[in-house]
Design a protein around this ligand. Sequence first.
Ligand SMILES: Cc1cc2nc3c(=O)[nH]c(=O)nc-3n(C[C@H](O)[C@H](O)[C@H](O)COP(=O)(O)OP(=O)(O)OC[C@H]3O[C@@H](n4cnc5c(N)ncnc54)[C@H](O)[C@@H]3O)c2cc1C
Length: 322
Amino acid sequence: MTTHTTRMLILGSGPAGLSAAIYGARAGMQPIVVQGIQPGGQLTTTTDVENYPGFADVIQGPWLMEQMQRQAEHVGARMMWDTITQVDLTNRPFRLIGDGGDVYEGEVLVIATGAQAKWLGLDSEEAMKGKGVSACATCDGFFYRGKKVAVIGGGNTAVEEALYLTNHSDDVTLIHRRDSLRAERILQERLFAHPNVKVLWNKEVREFVDGGGNAGLVALDLLDTVTGEHSRLDVEGGFVAIGHHPATELFRGHLELDSDGYIAVETGSTRTSVPGVFACGDVADKVYRQAVTAAGTGCMAALDAERFLAAAEFEELAKAAE
Ligand SMILES: Cc1cc2nc3c(=O)[nH]c(=O)nc-3n(C[C@H](O)[C@H](O)[C@H](O)COP(=O)(O)OP(=O)(O)OC[C@H]3O[C@@H](n4cnc5c(N)ncnc54)[C@H](O)[C@@H]3O)c2cc1C
C-alpha cells in the first residue's frame, strides 16, 4: 500500500482528464492521473474519428487517445493504472483510495470519470457496435449519409438524435416500445412535422441483423409489444438513444449531483459544490458529450484548479505570517 501525493489529482484518462493533465502539468501542478478501467476513455472503443479538430484525414480513436496520453506524459503528468473505490472530500488534501489499497492525496481534485451510454443488452447489439450500431448520432451520423437509419428510444435524446440524423438521411425511423414519447412537447412537434421521419410505436428491437461479410447492419427485427407480431425494418444504421449513466456513484453523498446524476457545476465554470473539487467532460455534461467539449472543459478544470490553489496557498501564507 503506497501513498501518492500531488498538488493536482485527476480522475479519468479520457479527453477531459488528459487535457486537464496537459494544462495542469504545464502550470507546474505535477498532476497524477488515475486512469481507471478504461485508459484513454470512450474513444478507445471506436474506430474512425472525423470531427476532432486538427486532423485533415480520418483518425482512429485509440490512436488519438494514445497521442493525448503521450503529450500529457511529455509535459510531466504521471499516469497510474488504478481505479478509485473510495473518496474523502471533507478536507484538503482530498484522499482517494484505489481498488488495491493505494492512497492518492491531492490538494485539488479534477473529476473526469465520463458517462457511458445505456444499451439494450442484446448480443447482436454488442456484435454490431461500430458496424452499423451506434449510441451517438453526432459522432457517427455523418457516416450514414443517404442511408436508411433508425433511432431507438422515446426521450429527448432519441428525438434530438432522430432530428439530427435528418441532416444526413431522408429516411429516419424512430422506434419506441410505448405508444407515446417522453420527450418535451416542442421536440415532439418538430419530430412529427418532419417529412423524413416516421415513428414506429409499440415496437421493441429483438435483433440487429448482420448482413454477413462486410455488409454490416442490414435490418432490425422488431417485436410488437401489443400484438406480439414480428416484423423487419431494413436499415443500415441503428442508433440506440435510451440515455447515459454518468460515472458518479463514488461521489453520491460527497458532492452535489443533478437530478440525472451528473456532477453539478457552477454555470460557466467547472467548480463543484466542494471548493477545490472540479468536474469536466461527460461526467458533468449531458448536453454535448463530445471529445472536443470534454477536452475543452478539461482545460477549464485545470485552469480553475490552478487559480483556486494559488489563492488558497496565498491565503495560508498570509495567515501564517500574522
Ligand atoms: C463508440 C463511441 C464513439 C464516439 N465517437 C466520437 C467521435 O467521433 N467524436 C467525438 O467527439 N466524440 C465521440 N464519442 C464521445 C466521446 O468519446 C466522449 O464524449 C468523450 O470520450 C468524453 O470524454 P471524458 O474524458 O469526459 O470521459 P471518458 O472518455 O468516458 O473517460 C472517462 C475516464 O474515467 C475513468 N474512470 C471512470 N471511473 C473511474 C474511477 N472510479 N477511477 C478512476 N478512473 C475512472 C475511465 O477509466 C476513463 O478513463 C464517442 C463515444 C463512443 C462510446
